[in-house]
Design a protein around this ligand. Sequence first.
Ligand code: PEP
Ligand code: MG
Length: 789
Amino acid sequence: MAPHSGTPSSLTGPGLVDPAPVVPESATVVKTDARRSADAAGGARRLLARLRDVMAASGTAQARLDKIVMLIAAEMGADVCSCYVMRAGEVLELFATIGLNPDAVHKTRLRVGEGLVGDIAAHARPVALANAPSHPNFAYRPETGEDPFDSFMGVPILRGGRVRGVLAIQHIARRAYDEQDVETLETIGMVVAELVATGELVDNRELQVANDLVLLPSRLDGVSLNRGITMAVAVLHRPQLTIRQMVADDPELELRRLREAVDSMHSAIDRLLILSGESGGEHHEIIETYRMFATDRGWLSRIREAIRTGLTAEAAVQQVQNDNRARMASVTDSYIRERQLDLDDITNRLLQHLAGRQDKADGGTLPDEFVLVARNLGPAELLDYDRTRLRGLVLEEGAAYSHVAIVARALDIPVVGQCTGVLSRVDPLDFVIVDGDHGQVFVRPAEDITEAFLKSIEVGEERKREFAATRLLDSVTRDGIPVRLMLNAGLLIDLPHLHATGADGIGLYRTEIPFMVRHTYPDTAIQKETYAKVLDEAGDKPVTFRTLDVGGDKTLPYFPDLGEENPALGWRAIRIGLDRPAMLRKQLRALLWAASGRDLRLMFPMVAEVSEFIRARRVLDLELRRLEQDKMAPPRDLKVGVMMEVPALLFQLDALLPHIDFMSVGSNDLLQYLFASDRGNPMLNNRYDLLSPAMLTVLRMLVRRCEAAGVQLSLCGEMASRPLDAMALLGCGFRTLSMSPGAFGEVKTMIRSLDVGVLQPFLDSLLNRQDRSLRQHLLAFARDHGVRL
Ligand code: PEP
Ligand code: MG
């Protein structure tokens, strides 16, 4: 019986789960004491030395593999040692065994995901079980002809980030494997990976050809994290460096190499810190975190320990990374997972330094145009790539509000996230199409698909060129009404758009975004620096800063997860600011410092009651007084406003309007609260329309009330970025719209073709209709009146 090889047929079933499944991250792993650890290290070193001799010996690869399994079984006192190698079609074939029926060699085959061995390959992580037969993935494979072995431990054979096989040992007597056992087998797995990679056991072309067959044409579905279509060759983020030598001759030499590489990495990180400090990028602080990791004693001492077991410095770094990944596999906490990304990045940097390559990610070796494919990556890592060549991004993980998605949107590249399996389907330099409009990725697409997408891209490019040409044109309707077009921004890398789009200013600066891409809460001085840069960059153009709008869908990595049942209706935005006035005060102080002697516009988000605005305004007054005491110049001109997002405020306009200088409608949230419809829930997509009579009636009313009160009014939700919706806004009387950078051309083209004097009465006549949406009527108007949408 082969406990590791089963199909889910027999011996499986609920209630048979091993009460002590020993995977490395599980609590059942037996911790070793120092003495055992030293013994085990000695054993591992001996085994590695013997493996090195086998690897260097002459003879076929098969003969060497046969020797290796014998050696492992002998050294680890195992009754069975087997090696499975990946063949075409994601099948694992038993290539060598000691202890199982030798006739099963080259006959027993398992699909990835099948049995314990398949499970290890599917998840690329070790499994160690004291009582394997009771595991749900365990089953009986008769051809191996063995009696059941109680205990089983297997590790993936990894090469270049891909699973190339599985190495397993078994014991008849039940035993709990400990961390040291798993690490030893993992180390050996790395040595075996070298043998597999030679292509002598399975011709590498076999896998290549099979992949091509399986993958052509290949479409992978994901989730759109940023719109747009692009095509280019793929670059895999952090491709694993090929480690040529696993076993070291001289541990002292390896320790010295490690020391030198760590020193050189420190200097490189310090240089990056200085550079990012000069340019003030948001990733300054992230790089500081990297330095923290790079000097982490625990991490470095584990690498040193691995070297002392006989590994080369590179192999030791790799082993510690594998081990960390396995531990992290079951962690769901997003903060900890982000830290794992940082640690992965540091590992890769250290490997580069060991290899004597200290380039940045672009390294001068990147193709002229490329699509980056990654499991996930941090915002700083994305910014490490040459932006002029980066055309798109595909992530196995990634969510709409992940930091990297925010940065990618600022870079204006198509992004598809949650694209499961993309890393195993794409090889470096494969041609890929990223369709960010529909959340799909085509790998090595057929010619007709490429041509169809090329046409879409061409049409899109042509429109972009047309729109770019509108930059210098006035934003005025056909009947001569000027419309102010403002930019929505949040990162320093958004700011060049201010000039590229010809925007009149920044209508919404989301201050929470710089907070979201950091690992720690920024102090007042850091905040001031950011805001001052925004004002510097904007020059004479006005900037409206919105105070921190966190909570709901915008989480900060360093804020506790409150586990609210309805975060969108929960403790967020100004509610946090008023309950934690120190936070609000610090932010207002930073804004006042930054705007000393200049114009400042600031607004408060998610205000639901006039009293909330008044309390927030009082906090601002306190800070203004403090500024005076500190003998600092106040802003030259200070305007204070609110976001109109919570419907309750619509019924307090009489009380509110006298207190505010301006109002900005947050249509994203206003719609969600007006219709009780979660803005992020795909099930509700298009169910309620911004162009409904209800929404447009509210907007029309706001225009009238603000006009009468002399309060400036604008709208900064996504609605302003869509030409037809923006047309409706002009029909309601809006004359200031704030939008994302990509929308300027289309919206300005619409404005210049619109006779708003004709639209206004038409729109008024529609507001009493019973339709759920006025979209079709407005589309018909645009068609009939030559409005370019
Ligand atoms: C809005 O709600 O429309 C808005 C602009 O704010 P945010 O999208 O940042 O919530
Ligand atoms: Mg909002």
